[in-house]
Design a binder for this molecule. Structure first.
Ligand SMILES: C[S@@+](CC[C@H](N)C(=O)[O-])C[C@H]1O[C@@H](n2cnc3c(N)ncnc32)[C@H](O)[C@@H]1O
Length: 299
């Protein structure tokens, strides 16, 4: 198993050649670093402004589900994404200052050499990763998700842009409506953390992946380097819930997000699970100081 650090010279978004460069660093790399610096500045500034308020928002949850109810995690996750779907895209790009799109492009870049013709994007949400996957020039991309309202936003986006290679369907990662060996590649961005049963989802995705096909998972992880770790912890615990509530009306969703990241297996713990489920040639690429990671596995 390989672990790669996210250094500017090692990994590039697949469209990086189209930009300018300074001292060997592409415009995309610079953009990511400027965004991160801005994010840190905002976190420190918000600390000064909001510190009396934020203590009220600390989570007391012991179970990582969005709501305090008896409904299953799957039902709660569906309800939560239905409720924030109208603001999801805006908040994603705003709270990450656009870095999320760079991460998606990097994830898609992992499939470049495979040249997949049929791609399944699980937990597709509003279809941002499915849309990014068009850069691979496949014949067909199918996106599935349990939240109909997220899919509705995705369908509107696809229709507006005339992207007829992409089809979106309701579907659960643990019970996919496809035959065995149907896809050359499967992608999941920020989805596996929300699965009710992670191993069941990974096994089911392997069932519909053809032998030799590749799974690419993009997921949040926990940075371990000072001072990024401290800033990230502060930002996700205090800033995210405030801005999430402000713009989406849901405090729960943006308290659930860092809580679910905190308790989710990352790094080698995650690739051990991939291997247990029968994936081979597993690989980890850490992005932006480990705030996100890309995991790869082959059937
Ligand atoms: C954080 S969003 C990510 C959406 C999209 N992949 C992106 O990159 O923005 C997570 C999505 O996973 C979906 N989801 C959660 N559990 C799922 C499951 N078991 N099967 C399918 N979709 C699921 C949610 O409904 C939600 O739309």
């Amino acid at each position: 198993m390989l672990i790669k650090l996210d250094l500017p010279t090692l990994e590039r978004p697949i469209n990086a050649n189209s930009g300018w460069s300074v001292d060997g660093m592409s415009s995309t790399d610079l953009y990511e670093r400027i965004n991160l610096a801005l994010l840190m500045g905002i976190a420190i500034f918000a600390n000064l402004i909001f510190s009396p308020t934020v203590t009220q928002l600390q989570s007391t949850k012991t179970e990582v589900k969005p709501y305090e109810s008896d409904a299953s995690k799957r039902e709660q996750v569906e309800q939560m994404f239905d409720s924030i779907s109208h603001r999801y895209d805006f908040l994603n790009h705003f709270l990450s200052l656009g870095i999320d799109n760079i991460w998606r492009k990097r994830a898609i870049g992992k499939l470049k050499s495979l040249q997949p013709k049929r791609i399944l994007d699980v937990a597709t949400g509003t279809a941002d990763l499915a849309i990014a996957a068009l850069a691979l020039n496949p014949d067909k991309i199918v996106g599935v998700d349990i939240s109909n309202k997220m899919l509705d936003v995705g369908r509107a986006k696809i229709a507006k842009r005339g992207l007829d290679k992409i089809e979106l369907k309701n579907g659960d990662s643990e019970n996919l409506p496809f035959d065995d060996n149907s896809f050359d590649a499967i992608t999941v961005a920020f989805g596996v953390r929300n699965y009710q049963n992670l191993e069941a989802g990974l096994n089911e995705m392997k069932r519909v992946l053809r032998p030799g096909g590749k799974l690419v998972v993009l997921e949040f992880s926990k940075p371990s380097v000072f001072p990024i770790k401290q800033i990230f912890n502060f930002y996700s615990k205090y800033i995210l819930p405030i801005w999430g509530k402000l713009f989406s009306g849901s405090t729960e969703a943006y308290v659930y997000l860092p809580e679910s990241v905190k308790h989710f297996p990352e790094g080698e713990e995650f690739t051990d699970i991939l291997q247990k489920c029968g994936y081979q040639n597993t690989n980890i690429t850490r992005l932006t100081f480990g705030i996100s990671s890309i995991y790869e596995g082959t059937k």
